[in-house]
Design a protein around this ligand. Sequence first.
Ligand code: RIB
Ligand code: NA
Length: 343
Amino acid sequence: RKPIIRIIGSLNIDFVTLTPRVPGPGETLEAKSMTVHAGGKGSNQAVACGKAAYTSPTEQDVQVEMLGAVGAGDPYYASLLKPTLTKSGVDTRYVEEVEGVQTGTATIIVDEGSNGENRILFVPGANHHVDDLDKIISTTTQDGVPDVIVMQGEIPKPTVLGLLSTFNSDRHKTCVVFNPAPMFDTIPLSALKDLAVLVVNETECLLLFKAVQELRDIETPSEENLTPHLDRLTSHLHDLASISIVVVTLGSRGLYYSVASKPTRQQARGLIPAAKVAKVVDTTGAGDTFVGYLSTALARHVSKQGSLEGFDVQEASLRANEAAAKCVQRSGAMESIPFGYEI
Ligand code: RIB
Ligand code: NA
């Protein structure tokens, strides 16, 4: 069978306003445009996985499934989100349509004056109804577990922590990719134990050291540029939480990866500079593109080798990096994610 990835996460409608600058308090400012896009970290990552799996315009070598919730009868889901997922090769059969709630939304301000940097206000809506842990576990395990499960922080915390505890254990032969965005305020160390892949940006990395009690005493830098501290910080994540692979995305500076190989505790780590970009249009979805591409590479490896051992993080990250660079040169989230055969 084909490798299987199950994304368990959010689906949002993005209302994106382009502005020459961000207005101050009490200020009304004329902005350039407002467009509606399909978004949500969960469904963006699903689209990135689905598109990454296209080795040619007609061949997809990984099966990608989205599990989440939207508001029943939502015209944006029917006309925008669902068709975009389908076109990207994502199976939407596990997306539940919940009565009486709104689909999640994100109000996004893209600041053209500051290199397309974005600010996002996220309203969970139906995403908060992804809360029936037993049901999610049983649908996820009914025909054998997926090779890779991908999760973010836009669905309820008990669901995410429950799934991490269930699927990180050796009982299930699946690799979990966890992108805690947004970061939860507290996370028990036990939920991270034996996690296969953690992907965070610099802000999330610092917040993680505050969210986990056992990591709180570790000295963290006060500035946002973590580059000089990454070896030390990621070593703690390998040693205390036994996380196998940690990736810290560094925006326009690229990314850092660190791999703990279990038996010897030897680490392979390094920086990968960002791919060259002519003009940044909209950075929305760049992180999601990276996570999706990395997850697809991981699913191919795990389904062939039976485990994470031997996965070439560097090679997969380089490719994921290139895909993210393509994403920032086009507007929107999902539509701006390239297909695997374009890389
Ligand atoms: O990561 C980008 C996404 O974050 C947007 O699509 C928006 O929906 C928010 O959830
Ligand atoms: Na984009």
